[in-house]
Design a protein around this ligand. Structure first.
Ligand code: CS2
Length: 498
């Protein structure tokens, strides 16, 4: 990155229209360590905490850690942790500089520095966005994958962890040994019952180290559940150029090595269970509730379930972004029918939510023309996402004998996608922890739904025991047969027409 950079020294030169920290950034104190300092965190939690700091609560700044790649830290260190958040819509781009990220850490470079930060008594929350696969769990059952290479490494050398659960357990053990109250673990990933799942994974890893430590984690550490929602496509060089053109000063434009693109919408629902204290989240629009489950189901099934369906089928039909897919009337009809007919009847809605308005708003968000959210990006890690996004809904429908033609088409889209070949015979760059295994199953089955569907339905991490259910298998096999025969665009047209 060349030229003048966004930093504390240049912040005041920005035009007044660009919102910036309304507090003394240098005086803010770290109260949260965050694992997984990627784009989603920087568009969501870090923006809420920027608002909290702006309201005078100086103790809630963030130390953000990357568990793998140093890229974010290397980009933001020369900028004093400052970065631009661009809220994009058809009405234009609103730029805002965020200051809540006060420290950047790269775990593999200096694991002790991260553990020391997690053991600071002033740190009362350790939050996470490490994506679904970062929890090293079995997606279908939610239990720790004890054979996971990172978990084995963490059991072999607990003091030098690799995985997110490994860091949590080691830091909690050190705090306990030092007589420091545990931090609250705040997961902000799209897992089902995310607090409970992370509690289970962490307590199990702790117990594998030492039973007493396992009991301590299970009994003394709080793991509130959350529902997080904001669409955040990966940043491109075009986005960097757009931001640079907006960061004008009298001395020329300022470069930001890693701005984050997002939409105007944002929602965060948090279970109120923070025995070690928390920021006054209600002041900045966070919904603090007793039970997150109804919000979580609504969001995972209506938003993420539809997103994955649009991503697989849209990619196969040749569309690069979700807003492109939403330009095709048959896809819009498919999503609407999926949401109305197959998902909504499975939900116990949160009190006071107008679900029709919620769904309309979702479709408008998907259609946002200013967000270039790639179908390929959402298609990533499907083995970790499908269980809570589509399969749980199918399971509930199945339990009451209700049909699932639309869910089945989404699941079939995933099956077609993980074969690694698109409809024109070109290669698909399938990113998934199970990619090699899925590809192997698909290669031996060949492009025949009657063989391919059962081969993939046997993957228990994804389907659990539902894969063996003849009625479910028939619905998915039929959908896959249609998809292979007609291609995605025509299959969507056909199924959406009902
Ligand atoms: C998306 C989510 O990439 C994906 O799988 O479905 O990241 C989605 O954009 C967010 O959950 C929206 O809150």
């Amino acid at each position: 990155m060349t030229g003048r950079r966004l930093s504390l020294a240049t912040l005041d030169q920005l035009p007044p229209a660009i919102r910036r920290p309304a507090y003394d950034v240098a005086a803010a104190q770290v109260g949260v360590v965050h694992l997984g300092v990627g784009a989603f965190h920087r568009a969501h939690q870090a923006a809420y905490l920027d608002d909290i700091l702006g309201r005078g609560h100086a103790g809630w700044a963030i130390a953000g850690a990357s568990l793998r790649s140093p890229e974010t830290s290397d980009a933001l260190d020369p900028q004093d942790g400052l970065y631009t958040l661009a809220e994009r819509s058809g009405a234009g781009d609103a730029l805002r500089v965020i200051g809540s990220l006060r420290r950047l850490l790269v775990a593999p470079r200096d694991p002790e520095a991260l553990l020391a930060a997690m053991c600071d008594p002033k740190v009362r929350i350790v939050s996470l966005t490490v994506t679904e696969k970062g929890y090293c769990h079995d997606p279908a059952s939610g239990t720790l994958d004890e054979a996971h290479p990172d978990i084995r490494a963490d059991l072999a050398s607990p003091q030098r962890p690799v995985s997110a659960p490994g860091y949590l357990v080691e830091a909690l053990a050190r705090r306990r040994a030092a007589g420091i109250a545990p931090f609250t673990v705040l997961t902000c990933d799209n897992l089902p019952a995310n607090g409970r799942t992370v509690a289970q994974v962490t307590a199990r890893l702790a117990a594998l180290r030492d039973n007493d430590l396992g009991r301590f984690v299970a009994g003394e550490v709080a793991f509130p559940s959350t529902m997080v929602d904001r669409i955040v496509p990966a940043t491109t060089d075009e986005d960097r150029a757009m931001v640079r053109a907006g960061l004008v000063t009298a001395q020329g434009a300022l470069a930001d090595a890693w701005p984050v693109m997002t939409e105007p919408f944002s929602q965060w629902v948090v279970e109120d269970h923070f025995p070690s204290g928390r920021p006054p989240l209600e002041e900045v629009g966070v919904e603090v509730v007793a039970d997150v489950a109804p919000f979580e189901h609504m969001k995972l099934r209506l938003l993420n379930g539809a997103h994955s369906t649009l991503a697989y089928l849209g990619y196969l039909a040749g569309h690069a972004t979700i807003s492109d897919v939403m330009g095709v009337p048959a896809f819009v009809r498919l999503v609407k029918r999926l949401q109305d007919e197959e998902v909504t009847p499975t939900l116990h809605l949160p009190a006071g939510v107008d679900v029709a308005a919620y769904k309309r708003a979702l479709r408008a968000r998907f259609a946002n023309p200013a967000l270039r959210h790639r179908t390929w990006q959402i298609a990533m890690d499907g083995s970790q996402k499908l269980p809570q996004r589509l399969i749980a809904t199918a399971r509930d429908r199945h339990a009451i004998g209700a049909p699932i033609p639309l869910l089945a088409l989404g699941i079939a889209g995933w099956m077609r996608y993980v074969t690694g070949r698109d409809e024109a015979g070109g290669a698909i760059d399938v990113r998934d922890p199970l990619a090699t295994r899925l590809r192997g199953l698909a290669d031996s089955a060949g492009p025949d739904a009657a063989r391919l569907a059962p081969a993939l339905l046997s993957v228990r991490e994804v389907f659990g025991d539902l894969g063996a259910d003849p009625r479910f298998a028939r619905a998915v096999t039929d959908a896959l047969a249609r998809l292979l025969r007609m291609g995605a665009a025509a299959a969507v047209e056909d199924v959406a027409a009902g």
